[in-house]
Design a protein around this ligand. Structure first.
Ligand code: PHE
Length: 350
C-alpha cells in the first residue's frame, strides 16, 4: 500500500470489494442507497475513482492486472447499485399498495337514515284521525291578505282584537297569516253548499318568541258547517279527537273565551297528559292543560262567506301542533323543534 492509505495492490482491491458488498447488503432506504452511491462512484470522493487514480502507484508488472480488477469492481459497484435501486422501488410500490388496500373484513359504514320531524308525525296522526271521521284536508297560502286573515273573520279594521295577533306585515299590503283560520274562509267561499268538514294543517306566524312561542309555528284548523250543528257536536268531536291523540281516558273541559270569528267561543283544556289530572309541574298543579281555541262559527262569518246563518251553523277550532309535539315527545322548549339538531330526530324515531 502506497501513500495516504490508498489501496494500490490487487489484494487491497479484493478487500475493497468485500467492504462494498457488506455496505451494499445493509442498504434499506433511498437515503442509504444515495450515500452508498456517493461513497463509491461519486464524482469527487468516490472510492472507485480513487482506486483508478491509484494505478500510477502500482508497480509496473501489476498495472495490467490491477487495471482489470479495478474495472471489474467498478462494473460490479454500478450493477449492484442498479439492482439495489430496483429492489428499493419494488419495496416502495408494495408498501404503497399495502397502505391503500381495502380491508374487506371491516364492517360497512351505515348511511344516516332520515326520519320524520315530531311536528310532521303529529300532523300525520291528526290528519289520519280526522280522515277516518270523514274530513278532507284543505290548504291556503302563508302570505295572506288582510281580508282572509282578519276582515272576513270579523276583525274590523282598527279592532283591538287585531292586537292579539302580533302580525308580521309584508310588502304589497299582505301579511304572514297569524293563524290557519283564513283557510276556513277560503274553504267556505270555494264551496257552493255545506256540508263542510275540513282540517287545515299549516304554518302560521306571530312575532312572539319565548320558551313556548316561536315566530313560526304550526296549527291545524278544523271547520264543520252544516244544518243543525251545535256546541254538543264540537265537544263530542273534541273528545273523540283528544282520546285518539292522547290517552283514551283524556278528559276535555271548555272554558268561555273570546274570538271575533266564533260565538260562543271556548278555550279547551285536556287533563294533563303527564299526571292524568293529579297535578304536576308541567300543568302548574292544575291537572289541566290548555291546547286549543274553539267555538261556533260566528253568524257574520257564515254570512260573509255566502251561507245563510238562519239555515246553517258550524263549529271551528284551532290547535297548536308544536304544543302537541312537545307534549307527545316531552320536549321542554319549542326552539328545540326548529334547530335541526339531528339528535332530536334520532330520539323521536327511537
Ligand atoms: N285561530 C285561533 C287562534 O289561532 C284559534 C281558533 C280557531 C279559535 C278556530 C276558534 C276557532 O288563536
Amino acid at each position: 500500500m502506497a501513500g495516504g492509505g490508498t489501496p494500490d495492490s490487487v489484494g487491497d482491491l479484493a478487500r475493497e470489494r468485500e467492504r462494498f458488498e457488506r455496505e451494499a447488503a445493509e442498504v434499506s432506504s433511498r437515503d442509504a442507497w444515495e450515500a452508498l452511491r456517493l461513497r463509491w462512484v461519486g464524482r469527487k470522493q468516490g472510492v472507485v475513482r480513487a482506486l483508478l487514480a491509484a494505478i500510477k502507484e502500482v508497480p509496473v508488472e501489476q498495472k495490467r492486472e490491477y487495471g482489470q480488477v479495478v474495472n471489474l469492481l467498478k462494473r460490479r459497484v454500478e450493477s449492484r447499485l442498479e439492482e439495489l435501486e430496483g429492489e428499493l422501488e419494488r419495496a416502495e410500490r408494495q408498501a404503497a399498495i399495502g397502505a391503500a388496500a381495502v380491508d374487506v373484513t371491516l364492517p360497512g359504514r351505515r348511511p344516516a337514515l332520515g326520519s320524520l320531524h315530531p311536528v310532521s308525525i303529529v300532523t300525520q296522526e291528526i290528519v289520519e284521525i280526522f280522515s277516518a271521521m270523514g274530513y278532507s284536508v284543505a290548504e291556503g297560502p302563508e302570505v295572506e291578505e288582510d281580508y282572509y286573515n282578519f276582515q272576513a273573520l270579523n276583525f274590523p279594521p282598527d279592532h283591538p282584537a287585531r292586537d292579539t295577533q302580533d302580525t308580521f306585515f309584508v310588502e304589497g299590503g299582505k301579511l304572514l297569516r297569524t293563524h290557519t283560520s283564513p283557510v276556513q274562509v277560503r274553504t267556505m267561499l270555494e264551496r257552493e253548499e255545506p256540508p263542510i268538514r275540513v282540517i287545515c294543517p299549516g304554518r302560521a306566524y306571530r312575532f312572539d318568541n319565548d320558551l313556548r312561542h316561536s315566530p313560526m309555528f304550526h296549527q291545524v284548523e278544523c271547520l264543520v258547517v252544516d244544518k243543525g250543528i251545535t256546541l254538543g257536536h264540537l265537544k263530542g268531536t273534541l273528545e273523540a279527537f283528544v282520546r285518539k291523540l292522547f290517552r283514551p281516558e283524556t278528559g276535555v273541559r271548555l272554558r268561555p273565551s273570546y274570538f271575533p270569528f266564533t260565538e260562543p267561543s271556548a278555550e279547551v283544556d285536556i287533563t294533563c297528559p303527564f299526571c292524568s289530572g293529579d297535578g304536576c309541574r308541567t300543568c302548574s298543579d292544575t291537572g289541566w292543560m290548555e291546547i286549543l281555541g274553539s267555538g261556533m262559527v260566528d253568524p257574520r262569518v257564515l254570512a260573509e262567506c255566502g251561507f245563510d246563518p238562519e239555515i246553517y251553523s258550524g263549529f271551528a277550532f284551532g290547535l297548536g301542533l308544536d304544543r302537541v309535539a312537545m307534549i307527545r315527545f316531552d320536549i321542554p322548549n319549542i326552539r328545540v323543534l326548529f334547530e335541526n339538531d339531528e339528535r332530536l330526530l334520532r330520539q323521536v324515531r327511537g
